[in-house]
Design a protein. Structure first.
Length: 234
């Protein structure tokens, strides 16, 4: 089986991220992953782009936003597959988006003016897959839980969330017949548990990943973070 991370943040692009490109590559190789999707917080979320170039034109912000993904891809070389994604946000509610690249995003400035419901529809209509991340997450900055049934998928296992959050997400996804995914939501190297999706074939592209999920293929898995033990012994 081929193991893939579906939810990972870099320090380069996500303000809450603490991992360099090299950290990410070494961590996932140490844990036996075949590849990783970099899903940094988008321009309407917790991104470093706001600090580095707050008044820049949209296309320039997209160029900067993609640096986290590009640095991981460069660091990985041929040792780890690296795919592009993003995390679109609205008041603490997040949707993972897979299927677009930098040049496509540059030609989509209108997404900055979409509501989350509109964005989920826009993804489906424009070749991407929207997966609501940790839909039952609770935190001090989230005023209430929002669900978006028009998102194609639901992240039903998030390694950074508690069992209640994940169980509710799984129940919701099953009742609505949604694509179900799992991911680590990784921000730091010392997170004790990792997750992701495993497939019987190697993923060739973001679009191939989407097609596999839409066909109902792929299994959610979780495992202890072996990189954590390596850091303690070094």
């Amino acid at each position: 089986m081929y193991k893939y991370e579906t939810h990972c943040h870099t320090a380069r692009t996500s303000l809450c991220g603490r991992m360099s490109a090299e950290d990410i590559v070494e961590l996932y190789i140490a844990n036996g992953y075949t590849g990783v999707f970099i899903t940094d917080h988008f321009l309407n979320g917790n991104t470093t782009v706001h600090k580095t170039m707050p008044n820049a034109p949209y296309a320039e912000k997209i160029e900067e936003f993609c640096k986290g993904y590009e640095e991981v891809k460069l660091a990985a070389k041929d040792r780890l597959q690296v795919f592009f994604g993003l995390e679109f946000s609205y008041k603490g509610t997040d949707v993972l988006c897979y299927g677009w690249n930098k040049e496509q995003l540059k030609n989509m400035p209108e997404i900055m003016n979409l509501t989350m419901r509109q964005f989920c529809d826009y993804c489906r209509e424009n070749g991407a897959l929207a997966v609501q991340a940790h839909p039952f997450r609770e935190d001090f900055y989230i005023d209430h839980i929002r669900l978006f049934p028009n998102a194609e998928g639901v992240e039903v296992f998030n390694a950074g969330r508690n069992r209640l959050c994940n169980d509710l997400g799984n129940y919701y996804a099953l009742q609505y017949g949604k694509i179900r995914t799992g991911g680590s939501d990784l921000h730091v190297t010392f997170q004790p548990v990792l997750s992701g999706m495993e497939f019987s074939e190697k993923i060739r592209s973001e679009q191939h990943f989407i097609s596999l999920l839409r066909k109902g293929e792929g299994n959610i898995f979780s495992q202890p973070n072996r990189f954590l033990n390596r850091e303690k012994s070094s």
